[in-house]
Design a protein around this ligand. Structure first.
Ligand code: ATP
Length: 291
């Protein structure tokens, strides 16, 4: 056994603007990613396993074959480096699945980073190309933190840590496929507008003007989600009534994030979601550490 262990966080998209489509059908975005270590998977890899690539996951329902994004990432890395893999991966799943927190992408990014450390030598550009070929959000998870992304996700701009107001994340406990969310996209944002919002949001966070930052958070995919899933709209209203500066869907949903101007208000809001209206709905509430 030659085992290595690493935790890999989820993410939220503080801003997600869909700005167009490429000729081959991919969506072009402007987005601001923020890593969320409070929802993190654990990846264990054995580099001394029987020949081939094996994947196991703690959560039933997540594929354990070549459909797992970890398998695909490992296979591509092995092919690129000309390695015959003898690798076994175990995923301890904590990031909600099909929820807009990038769970699969996080696992894949973490695995590519682990493989790159173990078998160094791939030029950074090639590793990034490998990551993007596995999934649009995967490059972010090679080194998660705060980052802006453009294009289909391949133009990644790593940012120094952003000040963040008290943040609450609410997972409503049901899955939404990213394909469904993109199919129901109702509007796009002109690239110049999205670019200006991205710059303004980063600036507002840097100067800790959290009300201004909250007013700039947005998600072009969320309209269809709020319309289709009444529970989401109910949770959104409850968070706003509890004093949230803003409430938005993360990524392709259905996870919601809310920003607050005090830890006290956030705590009260979290408590409210534990009350009667939502009891038994299977929702998970995460109060994130201040950074
Ligand atoms: P994103 O925010 O990047 O769109 P997501 O949170 O919406 O991601 P995932 O959690 O990555 O979605 O899961 C999407 C689908 O991928 C699920 O239906 C799941 O079965 C499949 N899948 C394959 N590999 C994994 C993995 N390692 N972890 C989670 N889901 C995986």
């Amino acid at each position: 056994m030659d085992t290595h262990l690493r935790r890999t966080p989820g993410k939220i998209n503080l801003l997600l603007r869909v700005t167009g489509r490429t000729a081959n059908g991919f969506h072009e975005l402007r987005t601001l990613f923020h890593a969320v270590p409070e929802a993190a998977d654990e990846i264990a890899v054995d580099f001394d396993a029987p020949p081939g690539i094996a994947v196991r996951c703690s959560l039933p329902g997540v594929p354990e074959n070549e459909e797992n994004i970890v398998w695909r990432a490992a296979e591509r890395f092995a092919r690129l480096r000309g390695i015959e893999p003898c690798w076994a991966f175990e995923i301890g799943k904590k990031i909600p699945v099909a929820a807009g927190m990038g769970g699969g992408s996080s696992d894949a990014g973490c695995v590519l980073a682990l493989l790159d450390r173990r078998f160094p030598g791939l030029p950074r550009e090639e590793l990034l190309r490998c990551a993007i070929s596995v999934g649009a959000d995967v490059p972010f998870f090679l080194d998660p933190g705060d980052a802006a992304a453009r294009g289909i996700g391949e133009k990644l701009e790593k940012l120094s840590p952003l000040p963040m107001p008290p943040l609450l994340i609410v997972s409503p406990g049901f899955p939404v496929s990213a394909a469904w969310a993109y199919r129901h996209l109702e509007r796009m944002t002109p690239p110049e507008q999205a670019e200006a919002e991205l710059a303004a949001l980063e600036k507002a966070l840097r100067r800790k003007d959290f009300p201004a930052a909250a007013a700039l958070c947005a998600n072009d995919l969320e309209h269809a989600l709020f319309a289709k899933f009444p529970l989401l709209a109910m949770l959104g209203s409850a968070l706003e009534e509890a004093g949230a500066l803003c409430v938005h869907v993360s990524g392709s949903g259905p996870v919601l994030f809310a920003l607050f101007d005090s830890v006290g208000k956030r705590h009260e809001a979290a408590g409210r979601l534990g009350e009667a209206d939502f009891a038994g709905a299977g929702i998970e509430v995460m109060e994130c550490a201040e950074r």
